[in-house]
Design a protein around this ligand. Structure first.
Ligand SMILES: Nc1ncnc2c1ncn2[C@@H]1O[C@H](COP(=O)(O)OP(=O)(O)OP(=O)(O)O)[C@@H](O)[C@H]1O
Ligand SMILES: [Mg+2]
Length: 483
């Protein structure tokens, strides 16, 4: 019995001895593992006991500080400071203050580090250790500098994007990089924010309406309405009621409640008096009164109403010539011609043609789900064509070829055939609202333009067309063809 009990107690003792050994092993293993973890860290780690004696310093700390383990381990922080290894000690501060403390530490070679010491407590709340984390500030500074640089770049890019976006919003689908169009854009820029009246001149299809809208869009009135009045399509008898409105019962057939006119609708915004050259002399007088007084009176009304409208007029007619012929009131002409803006015809800015063609090709490819493209020579043909219908004609042509060209790549032969080059009669149909005289004169204009463009001399052009040199010069002047 005794032996049994003794054996039992021996067993227990040997078990607890084994357990102890295992625990020691585990602790040693844990110690080693912890040390490896701490040594693999990029930040420096420094551990002191509750009195400020150094227990541990990891590899990163040694690397950053340039100190040696033997100089440090087991030493008190105060001794280390007095030996000049440290200039200050966050560990001592954390011990003293009983809370995490940070300092900036400097090591040899001017290395700046941020040291943050935090107390570690036992279960009773007494300080056990002080663990200090050391971070190499130069790296932080580098990162911060990089961040600042990136932020600066970001800022710059976002400003650029904003500018581009603004350009995009403002210029919308406006194409034109030629010198003459840049001058137009510059003028637009200068006049957009002032309320001056603008007279836009230019052949048919050059983009007068596009420019008028652009002026409105860039003006301070861009939240107000943009009203386009096609003066040519309003019968003279309805001109007054359409533009200035009417009161109820003003005339038979009038709406029972009366109707505001286009000027009233354009209040706080812009009105485009398009085709102003088509307005009769009688209507011109009524228009002049409104422009002078900035007031309208509805037809059949008794009181005037102030209107706040910016006026833009546009025409493809030579208004000055109409004034000289007595077909346009001179006073109205001067009232409208405050800032004249002449949009050059497409043939005088043929560097824009490629941009237009490309732009319209994209537009119609998208619209008709096609993937057509032009070859280099096709662009050349477009550039050398006499665009009597200007941008509109080019736009229509591109729409037509996107729809009907059987091949994906459109070449110069196809373009020539569509343009009727070599067979100019194809340019006209009997439905076109054009007289024989106008057609002949268009043809003459195109031939002279082509000859001058190809031969670059009036003498050679005259020879090619079988006419005298003075005839070429006279006709070139007549058609405003610049050499
Ligand atoms: N700068 C431009 N950018 C983009 N499209 C343009 C430009 N100029 C003209 N267009 C296009 O060309 C066509 C004709 O333009 P617009 O109607 O403004 O010409 P217009 O000078 O007013 O012609 P008209 O004298 O016959 O009234 C329109 O389809 C327009 O979208
Ligand atoms: Mg127009």
């Amino acid at each position: 019995m005794i032996t049994k009990n003794v054996r039992k107690s021996v067993d227990i003792i040997s078990h607890s001895n084994n357990q102890l050994k295992e625990n020691e092993n585990a602790e040693r293993y844990l110690n080693e593992a912890t040390k490896s973890i701490l040594n693999s860290m990029q930040d420096g780690i420094y551990i002191t006991d509750k009195d400020g004696y150094t227990l541990f310093i990891n590899d990163a700390y040694l690397r950053i500080s340039g100190l040696k383990k033997e100089q440090i381990i087991g030493k008190h922080m105060i001794d280390l400071i007095s030996h000049g290894y440290f200039k200050d000690s966050a560990s001592l501060k954390a011990l003293r203050e009983n809370k995490p403390m940070s300092i900036i530490d400097y090591f040899d070679g001017g290395r700046r580090c941020l040291a943050t010491s935090s107390p570690v407590y036992d279960k009773k709340g007494n300080i056990l250790l002080i663990i200090t984390n050391l971070r190499y500030m130069t790296e932080l500074y580098d990162l911060q500098a990089k961040l600042e640089m990136t932020e600066e770049l970001n800022n710059k890019y976002s400003c650029e994007i904003n500018e581009l976006r603004k350009e995009n919003i403002n210029r919308d689908n406006i194409i034109g990089n030629s010198k003459s169009m840049k001058l137009v854009y510059e003028t637009i820029e200068r006049i957009s924010e002032v309320d001056t009246t603008v007279l836009i001149l230019g052949e048919t299809g050059v983009g007068k309406e596009v420019i008028a809208k652009e002026i409105h869009k860039r003006s301070l009135r861009n939240n107000g309405p943009f009203i386009k009045v096609n003066c040519a399509s309003i019968p003279d008898t309805l001109f007054e009621s359409e533009l200035f409105g009417y009161e109820k019962g003003a005339f038979t057939g009038a709406m029972s409640n009366g109707k505001p006119g286009l000027f009233e609708l354009a209040d706080q915004g812009t009105i485009l008096l398009d085709e102003i050259g088509e307005v009769s002399l009688a209507s011109q007088t009524k228009l002049l009164r409104v422009l002078q007084e900035k007031q309208i009176m509805r037809l059949g009304g008794t009181t005037s109403k102030n209107i706040d409208v910016r006026i833009i007029a546009a025409t493809n007619k030579d208004l000055k010539a109409l004034v000289e012929e007595g077909k346009f009131r001179e006073d109205l002409y001067y009232r409208l011609n405050v800032v004249p803006l002449t949009i050059p015809p497409l043939r005088e800015r043929n560097e824009d043609i490629v941009f237009f063609a490309f732009h319209f090709l994209e537009e119609f490819n998208l619209k008709y789900k096609k993937n057509k493209s032009l070859n280099y020579k096709a662009y050349e043909v477009l550039k050398s064509y006499y665009w009597s219908g200007n941008v509109r004609q080019l736009k229509n042509l591109i729409e037509r070829i996107v729809l009907i060209c059987p091949t994906e790549i459109i070449d110069e032969i196809y373009i020539n055939s569509i343009l009727g080059n070599g067979n100019l009669i194809n340019n006209y149909t009997l439905d076109d609202n054009i007289t024989l005289e106008q057609a002949v004169s268009n043809l003459e204009k195109q031939l002279i333009y082509k000859a001058l463009r190809s031969y670059r001399s009036t003498r050679k052009a005259a020879e090619a067309l079988g006419v005298s040199q003075p005839t070429i010069v006279r006709k070139a002047n007549k058609y405003n063809i610049k050499s």
